[in-house]
Design a protein around this ligand. Structure first.
Ligand code: ADP
Length: 548
């Protein structure tokens, strides 16, 4: 606007006075004010930093108002064509708040006094004055008030939110600082973003040293062979890649002073893939040592007790055998009970021994090529008498003729420890017999190109759905009116799981309470060709071995 005013002044200056109508005359004073305004605006635009911008803008705005008013006064006051300029300019007063509105109000009042007392303006002038001066200023004031009210409201909302956020953050700070477990936030690049005092304490690190470092340098994990876990075994890396929570109680961590601690680790993703993970860990060295002591005690105790129990069982067997002893019928009945109990005790000690072996990694595994249909048939036949004694029908799938293809090619090879498989399968079938009051049991073996699946299906008691997730835990027994009378330790299925895992397989159960259960075992299948090659190798080895 000031440039426009300057241009008008330039035109008036260049042309002879007669050629520019008086209504457009810009006085030199107005031209100077316009030049100053333009200069100030330019400075504000080009150089104005945030700090001085407001002052510069207000200065140039007030100067523009002064220029406009000067021109209005010199070009006929209320009949000036430049009233339009004033109308446009005055509306922006509200932008500067009181600093804009107050001086313009003062100018308006002063100008009114000048117009109506000095120039004796009449009613008509009053209407024009109101429309050109009072009304736009009023509108500008109104707009500014409304805006500042909303801004106030917004400010309040912002400060409430900021307060709430700071409260939440200080609450989580308290939790993270007070928690006894080590907590670490690791970003997608594997760098530590947050580490709590407990973590620093456990690992013997200083906060300023640990933040920003790669997690491998701070949480130095080792597997049971004292090697840093790599690839998928690196649990933190696995969660960073898969975004699926994972945990482990089997790893140890080395502190900054080189001490080795057993740790329980839980790694959870923060949000979407790539957002990082939260690692929570605790020192379980003492708990593990206690567990080991307990396991050692159980192992030694059961080992020591198994020998006399085996002797008792043997002598009772001799006493019951008509060819080695003569006893009357009453004594036979008592001794049979004693014999059964001794056998039960023997099995219990065997289970305890196996469990303690599985716990401390002494479970030896001798994998070999095993033909599954034959092995399973063997176990089923061995347990047929127990089923019959209870009046149950036990069927073996491949012998039923339902799998025509299997009957034509009944060879399903796996590479696993046959003794482990026999023990697992016997446990499942014995359970099926034990928990089926009447009805039938079907054992089946099927295979696809990748897997061999063995199923033990019974029509017995079934398992309540709430017990299913805990079934393979140590000492877990379903406790209800149906099972209370049936003795057991809760170790069988736990052992089945450990043995199956040691064989590289999987065990699971499907069951409906009151309608029977199906326990399944799945193992990787060995192709016929691979099996033949392995069998040939073994043959060569045995043939080529030097005679003992
Ligand atoms: P145990 O039989 O010595 O109690 P297990 O570990 O073998 O211990 O089994 C755990 C529990 O699972 C049992 O107490 C029983 O309630 C339930 N269970 C196992 N097999 C079956 C089955 N075939 N049918 C119904 N319940 C079963």
């Amino acid at each position: 606007m000031s440039v426009l005013i300057l241009a008008l002044w330039g035109v008036g200056y260049a042309l002879p006075a007669a050629q520019l109508p008086g209504a457009f005359t810009v006085t030199p004073l107005a031209a100077v004010a316009a030049a100053l305004t333009a200069a100030l605006s330019m400075v504000a635009y080009v150089w104005g930093s945030a700090k001085v911008m407001y002052g510069l803008s207000l200065g140039s705005y007030l100067l523009l108002c002064a220029t406009s008013l000067t021109i209005i006064i010199t070009t006929g006051n209320l009949s000036s064509i430049f009233l339009a300029l004033w109308l446009v300019v005055v509306v922006f007063a509200g932008l500067f708040g009181y600093a804009g509105v107050a001086p313009l109000t003062a100018v308006t009042v002063g100008y009114a006094v000048y117009l109506f007392t000095y120039l004796h303006g009449g009613r008509e002038q009053g209407v024009v004055f109101f429309t050109a001066f009072v009304l736009p200023l009023g509108i500008s004031y109104g707009i500014w008030r409304k805006k500042s009210f909303h801004e106030n409201e917004k400010d309040q909302a912002y400060s409430a939110l900021a307060h709430e956020l700071s409260q939440v953050s200080s609450q989580s700070d308290i939790v993270i600082t007070a928690i006894a477990d080590g907590v670490m936030a690791v970003d997608d690049k594997g760098l530590i973003q947050l580490i709590n005092p407990a973590a620093l304490n456990i690992l013997g690190w200083d906060r300023q040293d640990a933040v920003g470092l790669d997690y491998h340098l701070v949480l130095k994990l080792l597997d049971h062979q004292d090697r840093p876990p790599e690839g998928d075994a690196d649990i933190i890396l696995r969660v960073l890649r898969s975004n699926q929570t994972a945990g482990s109680d089997e790893l140890s961590a080395t502190t900054s002073s080189g001490k080795k601690l057993m740790v329980s680790l839980l790694v959870s993703p923060i949000g979407k893939l790539g957002s990082g993970v939260i690692v929570v860990f605790r020192d379980i060295t003492a708990a593990k040592a206690e567990e080991r002591e307990q396991a050692e005690f159980i192992s030694t105790a059961s080992h020591e007790m198994r020998t006399p129990v085996a002797a008792i069982e043997g002598y009772l067997g001799l006493a019951l055998n008509p060819s080695t002893a003569t006893i009357d019928e009453k004594a036979r009945a008592y001794l049979s009970r004693a014999h059964e109990s001794a056998q039960h005790l023997g099995r219990l000690f065997q289970d305890l021994l196996d469990v303690s072996k599985a716990e401390d990694g002494r479970l030896s595994s001798n994998p070999a090529v095993v033909e599954m249909t034959a092995l399973v048939r063997d176990v089923v036949n061995g347990l047929q008498p127990s089923a019959q004694a209870k009046g149950l029908v036990m069927l073996y799938g491949p012998d039923l003729g339902t799998h025509a293809s299997d009957r034509l090619a009944p060879v399903l090879y796996c590479d696993l420890d046959a003794d482990h498989l026999r023990e697992t399968l016997a446990n499942l079938i014995e359970n099926a017999i034990k928990y089926t009051p009447q009805g039938d049991i079907t054992v089946d073996v099927t295979g696809d190109s990748e897997h061999v699946v063995i199923r033990v299906k019974d029509s017995g008691l079934g398992i309540p759905s709430e017990d299913i997730p805990h079934l393979f835990q140590k000492f877990y027994r379903v406790d209800n009116t149906d099972t209370r009378e049936i003795g057991g330790t809760g170790l069988g299925l736990y052992l089945c799981r450990r043995l199956t895992e040691a064989m590289g397989g999987r065990i699971w159960v499907e069951s409906e309470y009151g309608h029977g259960s199906t326990f399944s075992l799945e193992f990787p299948r060995l192709s016929q060709q691979a099996a033949n090659e392995r069998l040939e190798e073994v043959e060569v080895e045995t043939v080529g071995a030097p005679a003992a």
